[in-house]
Design a protein around this ligand. Structure first.
Ligand code: HEM
Length: 450
């Protein structure tokens, strides 16, 4: 990855003062692809007077997973705002090295496929109750909002053992403020004084206390909640690793990590599938077959190539984690370019998603790219919707299962249509890229009962 001769790193042209802010916030995926095309795997961008280095493409994606990558890059700076706001000492995403491994080991089981594998019928039941409440025949549904509510409901039930509908709006609001102000920092800190945020934050603190109390009462917990149980065990047995002060940030972690990402992705999935009638037909046929069975197991999800292909293609073309942000821990050289200790870096791991060399006709929604012999995503560095390296999404298998089941169920039960056949998806970038709140679909009818 490194070479001895050092090259001058090109800077992407931009406007005075704002620099590259506008194109980057309009369409971040395209911005980084254009930068890579014009300048190669290392370039610099300027945003509001500050310069950042970008490492992009397959080499950068691979670099994240190497020993050198782990040693040269850290995450801490992007998460300390959240840690401070919640009076915690640390959080999984903001730790590196041994501290990160310790926390990841504590949480691994709770975020693994084990947390969802035997509970697919529950995921279906939660999807059904959301369909029956929001996706009624004749309704025009704001897709992103509806997906955020659905995902909050699912994550509450799966990760904490109980979904409490009266807290769903608070969880959603707090998560959006956290992501906007404290993590991606696209909104000013002043917003944290907003009484709506303060109120919601107090309610989420109350919810965390309730979850912990419920779970701590012997024999009280009827439903599994591996993550919560493991966090509480660590708190009892190893309070240095999981002190009381870190419990709240840890038990609400699934929302910060999973709510926005999953809601964006399944919102984009609905758009992409409705936009392509041939794909819609295949997805529906598979979904109907899947739900012809009396009960659903993880094994059944292996036999749905069209739905899986549509999900993978959605995550390729509508990545919600376009780049990963890091700080350089020390001076290093990447692809002949010098990066200095302390620099803020964007790692453009999803840039290859849009490159012709990996994906012929890259902007075409082609759900058959993933099956052998094509398997285009298996080329080195080609596909990274869940990030790369030591912080690679801990919930990725769980998320895949959650999204496959939810989308299969919705397309099995609903006939939906876009505002018009030539409708192009309106998108947003805050807190993370995904469909805009204005994106709606109309439910024509229910095809199958819940
Ligand atoms: C479409 C769905 C999702 C996408 C695209 C996604 C993407 C990502 C990415 C890119 C990272 C790495 C961030 C970085 O390196 O800075 C990450 C980390 C993480 N994700 Fe996901 N994620 C998704 C869903 C979920 C879900 C549903 C959960 C759990 C309920 C989850 C839990 C986590 C956790 C705990 C981490 C932190 C891992 C660590 O720092 O070691 N994710 N995710």
């Amino acid at each position: 990855m490194t070479t001895d001769s050092v090259m001058r790193t090109p800077i992407v042209r931009g406007l005075p003062v704002v620099g590259n802010l506008l194109p980057m916030s309009k369409d971040p995926a395209r911005f980084f692809v254009d930068g890579y095309r014009e300048h190669g795997p290392v370039f610099r961008v300027r945003i509001l007077g500050r310069e950042h280095a970008v490492l992009a493409g397959p080499e950068a994606a691979e670099f994240m997973g190497t020993k050198e990558g782990r040693e040269c890059l850290r995450s801490r700076e992007f998460w300390h705002g959240l840690v401070d706001e919640y009076g915690a000492t640390r959080t999984l995403s903001g730790e590196d090295g041994a501290g990160h491994k310790e926390l990841r080991d504590i949480m691994r089981r709770g975020y693994s496929r084990e947390a969802i594998a035997d509970r697919l019928d529950e995921v279906v039941a939660i999807t059904d109750r959301n369909i029956d409440r929001t996706w009624r025949p004749g309704a025009t549904v704001p897709v992103l909002r509806a997906m955020q509510a659905l995902v909050t409901d699912q994550l509450g039930e799966l990760m904490t053992g109980a979904s409490r509908p009266e807290y769903v709006d608070d969880v959603r609001r707090v998560t959006m403020y956290i992501l906007n102000v404290l993590v991606t920092r696209q909104r000013p800190r002043l917003l944290l004084r907003d009484p709506r945020y303060r109120r919601a934050k107090a309610r989420v603190a109350e919810l965390s206390r309730l979850m912990i109390e419920d779970r701590s009462r012997p024999g009280a917990a009827a439903r599994p909640a591996i993550l919560l149980d493991d966090l509480l065990r660590a708190n009892r047995e190893n309070p240095r690793a999981m002190p009381d002060s870190d419990l709240m940030i840890s038990v609400t972690g699934p929302y910060v990590a999973g709510l926005d990402t999953v809601a964006n992705t399944i919102g984009a999935f609905v758009y992409a599938v409705l936009k392509h009638p041939d794909v819609h037909q295949r997805v529906r046929a598979e979904a109907d077959q899947l739900f012809a069975r009396p009960t659903l197991t993880e094994r059944d999800l292996r036999g749905i190539p069209a739905i899986r292909g549509a999900l993978m293609e959605t995550m390729r073309l509508y990545p919600t984690a376009v780049v990963q942000m890091r700080t350089a821990t020390r001076d290093f050289t990447f692809q002949g370019h010098r990066i200095a200790a302390g620099e803020t870096l964007y790692i453009g791991t999803t840039v290859p998603h849009f490159l012709e060399e990996f994906y012929p006709d890259p902007y075409r929604f082609d759900i058959d790219r993933y099956e052998k012999p094509r398997a285009e995503h298996l080329q080195t560095g080609a596909y990274s919707p869940y990030g790369r390296g030591q912080h690679v999404c801990l919930g990725k298998t769980l998320a895949d299962v959650q999204m496959l089941v939810t989308m299969a169920r919705m397309f099995h039960r609903l006939d939906m249509r876009l505002p018009s056949p030539d409708y192009e998806l309106a998108t947003k970038v805050t807190p993370t890229p995904g469909p805009a709140l204005s994106f709606t679909v109309t439910v024509d009818r229910h095809r199958a009962a819940g």
